[in-house]
Design a binder for this molecule. Structure first.
Ligand code: CP
Length: 311
């Protein structure tokens, strides 16, 4: 693997999932692989899980880790030819090249604006780091994708699946803030490549980009969609069509124990209790959100291992 900005950077998903599960059993087996190698992590936005699990994964491989909250740095300029006489102090062309001198791998978190669809879906920040750093880049959640989360989710489904072809449903849920489509996009991409019976349910108007959903079934009736599900992945996202807008906060879409029935409950976290999902679900044995968060380490570790092997 040369980089991990998208799940399409994985050549064989089932092999990668199996490798992650093996790494989970013996996390320090490749401790020598990252000796004298440095991971620099850049955060344009807040994080709990991604920051800690990726650092833990890198350290399990023997890497050194440096982390920069980019808001505590210079404001970066990404446009070519700009007269930089306003708020940006340093151009990505210099910044990326400088950081690349300190790092063997750069990992970046940069959320979307949710104001300019074309700009967000062009993935300017992550592609600029890839272009100008000329070293491997790992996506820690970008404007449109969260591929490490999707890999952790796939590992978790693999671990908990009782059937060869489990029924997996991605359900939209209400949220008071406009959130990115990135987690949903990457989860859809991942499920399309796994042996699962997959569908999406959301209120009308919340359709994801058709390049993402392709032929995946969409049902506007949540109750009908969740029937006989083995896994229910719950996530809010803001509208893609009416870009970045909150079209409804209808609490009838909140996940309850009654709706979930015997399905496993999945969410990437952080989650708003009694808005997205009721307490009874999160506090039940059918909630596997903590297992998902644990698997973030092994998703990051299998990715970093594969990149290190190709340096
Ligand atoms: N799921 C996830 O990416 O969590 P953080 O935002 O805390 O990193």
């Amino acid at each position: 693997m040369k980089k991990y900005t998208d799940i399409n950077d994985i050549t064989n998903i089932s092999q990668t999932i199996n490798e992650a599960i093996q790494i989970k059993k013996t996390p320090f087996k490749y401790k020598g692989l990252g000796a004298n190698k440095t991971l620099v992590m850049l955060f344009f936005n807040a994080s709990l899980r991604t920051r800690l699990s990726t650092e833990k994964a890198a350290k399990n491989l023997g890497m050194d880790v440096m982390c920069l909250q980019i808001n505590n740095s210079w404001n970066l300029e990404f446009e070519d030819g700009t007269i930089m006489n306003l708020t940006t102090s340093e151009h990505i062309k210099e910044a990326a090249k400088v950081i690349a001198q300190y790092a063997d791998i750069i990992a970046v978190r940069a959320f979307p604006t949710l104001k300019n669809k074309d700009q967000d879906y062009a993935e300017t920040i992550i592609t600029s780091f890839t272009k100008y750093s000329e070293i491997p880049v790992v996506n820690l959640e970008s404007a449109t994708a969260h591929p490490l989360q999707a890999l952790a989710d796939a590992i978790t489904i693999n671990e908990f699946a009782k059937d060869k072809k489990p029924k997996v449903v991605l359900s939209w849920a209400p949220h008071p803030k406009a959130l990115p489509q990135s987690v949903a996009n990457s989860f859809v991409n991942m499920m399309q490549q796994l042996p699962v019976d997959f569908s999406i349910t959301h209120p009308e108007g919340y359709e994801l980009h058709s390049d993402i959903t392709k032929n995946t079934a969409v049902n506007y009736n949540q109750e009908e969609a969740l029937k006989d599900a083995d896994f229910v992945y719950v996530k809010n996202w803001s509208a893609y069509g009416d870009y970045g807008k909150i079209l409804t906060q209808d609490d009838n879409w909140m996940i309850t124990q009654q709706k979930l029935n015997n399905a496993k409950f999945m969410h990437c976290l952080p989650v708003r209790r009694n808005v997205v999902v009721e307490d009874a679900v999160l506090d039940s044995e059918n909630s596997i959100v903590i297992d998902q968060a644990n698997n973030r380490t092994y998703a990051a570790q299998v990715v970093l291992k594969n990149i290190l092997e190709n340096l």
